[in-house]
Design a protein around this ligand. Structure first.
Ligand code: ACM
Ligand code: ZN
Length: 691
């Protein structure tokens, strides 16, 4: 009896299992295929007997498909060359059936699946679509289930129909910075796998910068030429081109530490231990420096076959050049004159960039530069990477440059993706939730159709000042990469964030399968309800004697006493930002009130030039015109040893009765150990409370 019961239980478990082992593919993936037409025919059954047939030249694609199915369903597929077989999955290239590169079509019939590409990349993207459509086997998602499953039990139904798909942008990239924190080669390969899964074809590898240390702890590493060649091949197999960046002529302090004679002062220099932008840059007036850079670029081009070579050009302070006899002599020699748009030193940078562009172009490649290279007279052949917003990209397209949109406002994945920064791994600041990435419109409406053709692509960047480990890189990338992918591949005219989140859920199965670390905020939305207790100031009429900076003014003065406490990043809309002048707020209690205490919150983010306030003053008035001071408090400046974050500041004073209170909160200038030394620091303040 006992035996029989056991047998019955096992049979039931098996029956339940077999039923659930028949999952159905769902083509509603990321990026969403442009055309999906399904029919009612009996689905194709993908199982361990399915063979992948490939046309000559697509053997590697067949191997990838087999590997993915093995990862997802736990069954390997045999692969054979295609000779007109009428079953299985067929991979072929029929370029004449398509009007653009990288396009593909998947035809699913009860007997056969054909993945046809405009080229091998198109076939590869068709394979990615199939891969993302198949639900991850419960053998992986629910390991408790995996007893008594036979190979023959495993299969997936592919609904019949046709999928046609093609990319909107030919350049679809992501960037990674292995300078601030070194990223081992194996991890870079995983990053490339992530790009491949998201139909990207460009990997921008930022290979040189100022830093190599952090918090005075030595940190670093290197890639040998052979390792890079191996990486390039690994990427190429996945239809990804690696674009090397040698950032010129700024962001070069690490190179100057090794070759001090290439700088304007001759050094000594050390590899930089602080974040920010070093004022020590390459000497543009020294011919030896120029020859050195040409050498480096040639060596880089020997290793990287990329059609694009990134030569940086961002954030190059000109203070050394202004004082350097060699740089000034070069300006004279070249006959450079400042004009009402740019300084002579700006044009000197154009000389450097254009000279290096010629070296690159002599080898049949094209240069990419950050949008600062528009400041001067950069050659029209340069591709502009627009990072300080989209304005640079718009200007560049109007001037006839090709453009890659990578604005920090929407595509800097080193920014926080949650307002609850206390619960996040520390990062550089900012606030860029998935929603904002998904909203990004890369094609500026103000461009003409002809100018729009110059917007060739979209890219997101991951800088690693605050990212010391690869799990953290992944956490910053995922799931924002899903939103980026939608924009790069589809640039949808209508966007439905809720539907997009649903499609992200399937991607999470793949993240889990491949052990990718990811952020889960969009799946567990949090509602902030941080309010302060009602106090004398709450919701009373408030005026500012000087408005906040336009980009950080949001709903204006009322933000300061609406009862909601400042949260999250400085650009979350819950803070008002001031720079170079104090916050000076007058609150009208509407009737005399007794007070003895003022409290407010401010945010520090030193890397983003945001420091704590230097001083707070409290003044009172009965008529709103004549004020007298009742309290003043100085606040010591935050140092690099102090944590960034949100802090409360309080002032107590002898009880006083008045109808108006004025709170004046001043800021510091950036201290000597800050890269922006001497410039005014920002202050970000919220919720002034008076009791
Ligand atoms: C940049 O973020 N400095 C290009
Ligand atoms: Zn110089």
């Amino acid at each position: 009896m006992k035996k029989l019961l056991l047998f019955c239980l096992a049979a039931m478990a098996f029956a339940a299992c077999t039923k659930e082992q028949l999952p159905v593919a769902d083509y509603d993936i990321i990026p969403q295929p442009k055309e999906v037409r399904l029919n009612e025919e009996k689905p194709f059954e993908l199982n361990f007997k399915t063979v992948v047939y490939y046309e000559a030249g697509l053997e590697r694609e067949a191997m990838f498909l087999s590997e993915y199915v093995s990862n997802i369903l736990c069954i390997g597929l045999n692969q054979h060359e295609y000779h007109g077989q009428t079953d299985g999955i067929v991979l072929n290239i029929v370029s004449e059936d398509f009007t653009q590169a990288e396009a593909y079509e998947i035809n699913v019939t009860p007997k056969q699946v054909i993945i046809k590409g405009a080229d091998a990349a198109g076939v590869f993207y068709g394979i990615q679509t199939l891969r993302k459509s198949i639900p991850v086997s419960r053998l992986f998602t629910d390991p408790q289930q995996n007893f008594n499953v036979k190979l023959s039990d495993i299969s997936c139904q592919l609904p019949c129909g046709t999928i046609r798909d093609w990319p909107n942008f030919s350049y679809r990239g992501m960037h990674l910075d292995p300078c601030r924190h070194f990223i081992p080669l194996d991890s870079v390969k995983v990053y490339i796998d992530m790009l491949a899964m998201h139909n990207m074809n460009q990997f921008h590898f930022h290979l040189s910068d100022d830093q190599g240390w952090y918090d005075t702890i030595r940190h670093g590493g290197f890639y040998t030429q052979d390792e890079l060649r191996d990486l390039i091949e690994y990427a190429a197999e996945r239809h990804i081109n690696i674009i090397p960046e040698i950032d010129l002529p700024g962001h070069m302090q690490a190179a100057l530490a090794c070759y001090p004679h290439l700088g304007c002062t001759g050094g000594p220099y050390e590899v930089w231990k602080r974040w920010g932008v070093s004022e020590d840059v390459l000497c543009a007036g020294n011919e030896e420096t120029m020859l050195f850079v040409e050498d480096v670029l040639n060596e880089v081009m020997d290793v990287f076959p990329s059609p694009y070579i990134h030569i940086g050009g961002d954030e190059c302070p000109k203070v050394r050049w202004e004082k350097c006899p060699k740089c000034q002599a070069k300006i004279k020699e070249l006959g450079i004159k400042k004009d009402d748009k740019f300084t002579a030193e700006d044009y000197l940078q154009s000389y450097v960039m254009n000279r290096m562009a010629k070296v690159v172009e002599a080898r049949g490649r094209r240069v990419i530069g950050w949008d600062e290279i528009l400041e001067g007279n950069v050659s029209e052949t340069a591709i502009i990477m627009s990072w300080r917003g989209t304005e640079g990209g718009i200007e560049a397209a109007r001037k006839g440059h090709d453009v890659i949109m990578a604005p920090s406002s929407h595509l800097y994945f080193d920014y926080y993706q949650s307002e609850d920064i206390a619960s996040e791994p520390m990062c550089i600041g900012g606030y860029l939730p998935v929603e904002r990435v998904y909203e990004f419109q890369p094609m500026p409406e103000e461009l003409t159709p002809e100018q729009k053709k110059h917007i060739i692509g979209v890219q997101a960047n991951i800088w690693t000042e605050y990212i010391a480990h690869f799990w953290h890189v992944q956490y910053m990338a995922l799931p924002r990469m899903e939103a980026l992918t939608e924009i790069q591949w589809n640039n949808p005219q209508e966007r439905d964030f809720d539907a997009f989140v649903e499609r992200c859920r399937h991607m999470v199965q793949l993240y889990e399968l491949y052990h990718y670390t990811y952020a889960d905020h969009i799946f567990n939305p949090q509602v902030w309800a941080d309010t302060v207790e009602a106090n004398l100031a709450t919701s009373k009429p408030i005026t500012l004697r000087q408005q906040p900076a336009e980009q950080y003014s949001y709903e204006g003065a009322v933000v300061l006493n609406d009862g909601n406490l400042g949260r999250g990043a400085y650009n979350s809309g819950r803070w008002l930002g001031f720079c170079g002048y104090p916050l000076d707020a007058v609150i009208d209690f509407e009737q005399p009130a007794e007070m003895q205490h003022v409290r407010f919150h401010a945010l520090t983010n030193k890397g983003a030039w945001i420091y704590n306030p230097s001083q707070v003053k409290v003044l009172v008035s009965d008529d709103g015109e004549t004020f007298h001071e009742v309290a003043q408090k100085d606040i010591p400046i935050s140092t690099w040893a102090d944590k960034d974050g949100i802090f409360a500041y309080e002032v107590d004073f002898k009880p006083v009765t008045a109808k108006f209170v004025e709170v004046v909160i001043s800021g510091y200038n950036l201290p000597e150990d800050h890269s922006g030394f001497g410039n005014p620091a920002w202050i970000f303040v919220d919720e002034i409370e008076v009791e």
